[in-house]
Design a protein around this ligand. Structure first.
Ligand code: ZN
Length: 151
């Protein structure tokens, strides 16, 4: 049974990796942040359009491994319509999930990354776009590197 679930999760990740959603530049973005994971070579840029506290739109561009692209793709779907505070809370949930495998609260499709904690080298791939999200929300101009963050 658990193998079936893992297969399903892998299918979702493969789907988002091959056909990433919201994969485009956003000229009208109100904030953006670059994320770089030197351990794997993942490099992506996240765009957000904020309306007050609400994330109206999200997109990304870049290149990287399957996990990092699928994570960014699912992130852009997940945070659309959320408030800044809700997105920050989701970041905490994702971080706990990919480092411990524990799912707290309703993370929706993001649960596909719950198995990543078993592969320590991939944790940073999965969390990269989320660090970029926090960087964009904070309005930091500099690139976000997983090597400067405590995963
Ligand atoms: Zn990667």
């Amino acid at each position: 049974m658990f193998d079936d679930i893992n297969d399903l999760y892998q299918q979702v990740i493969l789907d988002h990796c091959k056909q990433p959603r919201n994969f485009h530049e956003m000229p009208a973005a109100t904030c953006s942040a670059q994320g770089f994971n030197p351990l794997c070579g993942d490099n992506l840029k996240l765009f957000l359009t904020l309306d007050g506290e609400i994330i109206k739109d999200a997109s990304f561009v870049g290149s990287g491994c399957c996990i990092s692209k699928a994570s960014a793709s699912l992130l852009t779907e997940n945070v659309k319509g959320k408030t800044r505070a809700e997105a920050e809370k989701t970041f905490e949930q994702v971080r706990e999930m990919v480092t411990t495998g524990k799912v707290t609260g309703d993370v929706g499709k993001l649960a596909v990354f719950a198995g990543v904690y078993k592969y320590p080298a991939r944790v940073k791939c999965a969390i990269l776009s989320w660090h970029a999200l926090i960087g964009a929300l904070k309005g930091s101009d500099g690139p976000v590197s997983t090597e400067n963050e405590q995963t």
